[in-house]
Design a protein around this ligand. Sequence first.
Ligand SMILES: [Zn+2]
Length: 88
Amino acid sequence: MGKIKVERRCVFCRKVRSVTDLIRTARVSEETVLDRKGKVQGRGAYICKDRKCIEGAKKTRGLERSLKCRVGEDIYIDMLKEFADETR
Ligand SMILES: [Zn+2]
């Protein structure tokens, strides 16, 4: 069946991959949220489900720059807890 493969770019490593391999974050009224189901409206930014990319993006503030919005410490903590070891 013609299932469309949606791809996005990781804000840290810049690799383009399927959204199923990425975590979506979104900006909702000046706050960054984790969009676990990919349904949150608004500006989004993607990051690999990979500890290297999550920690790297925290350091380089890639998410902040992409979303033009502050990203709380809790977002990184949740991403690491939920997704750090999911890829490979
Ligand atoms: Zn990445």
